[in-house]
Design a protein around this ligand. Sequence first.
Ligand SMILES: [Zn+2]
Length: 367
Amino acid sequence: MKIKLREITQYLEQIAPPAYQESYDNSGLLVGNPAMTVTGILCSLDCVESVIDEAIAKNCNVVVAHHPIIFGGLKRLTGKNYVERTVIKAIKNDIAIYAIHTNLDHVLNGVSAKIAEKIGLQNLRILAPKKQLLKKLTTFVPTAHTEKLLTALSAAGAGNIGNYTNCSFTVQGEGTFQPNEKANPHIGTANSLEKVQETRIEVIFPSYLEGQVLSAMRKNHPYEEVAYYVHSLENENQEVGAGMLGELRECVYPQEFLQHLKQAMQLKVIKHTQLFDKPIKRVAVCGGAGSFLLKNALSAQADVYITADYKYHEFFDAEDKITIIDIGHYESEVFTKDLLADFLQQKFADLPIQIASTNTNPVSYFF
Ligand SMILES: [Zn+2]
């Protein structure tokens, strides 16, 4: 069975919609033709020259990486730096590069959830849910067409809230309209006032699905002119945002927790602020550079905040309220490789999917 690159990218975009990436980010297909046939996929944290070499050696013509190799734009391809050389090598060898970065950070089962899984946290929720990602559709349909329209809206992605699907609110009422002589009405005749039993339907949907939700409404609504409103909601989307918050199954004292963390995340060294003489239960995590979420970890009353790339002066912000634990950027996100491979293997069981063995960490430790 020949699988096209387009099928891979479409699947990954269901898992981590590109609309959920930060404005500065550059996730998505960076190199490659969506119509190319995939021979194998190499999952990596970074995509650098040595990873392209590994892909060639392993007969994988797609690299799916967390960090986008092209980030701030490329103006020339002369091989002057590692970014240009990586892209040139990929193109010369027909290797596609797909980046799944902050959009994968922002989903419920993304980068930080993988860290939480490794540490053994439970009762997980997003640490900083994002606002203004939801919209509400209100429309009015002849009562007999309600089920058909609701089914179509649901299939287009509307009405999914947490672990629930087909969520909607309906109320019966009377609609009135008067077609003119140019109209082609489903019900009624020209220049005569009609009164129809209608259902008012309300459904919530993620903003990025607006096009397909409205298209499903139009296709499955009997009226020539569909009455509807779309409202932007201020609500937080509990399923989208940065970081994760969870709890340990049992409280542990800080020294024991650090030992557990070191083992679970395969760390050589841990940087941390003051340890307190009280058991740790609630843990906040964020893969990669996460100092911007300290205020969320504090307001969630986390005992510790595990992240990376903390600067000296930022460590002071822990005060005596929380223990900041910096485990290193690469170390915090390295299991994203396994996460990506697991996602892809679930869907493309017959495709060779490999986890990159190249260590792309630019940081080394000397003891
Ligand atoms: Zn990162």
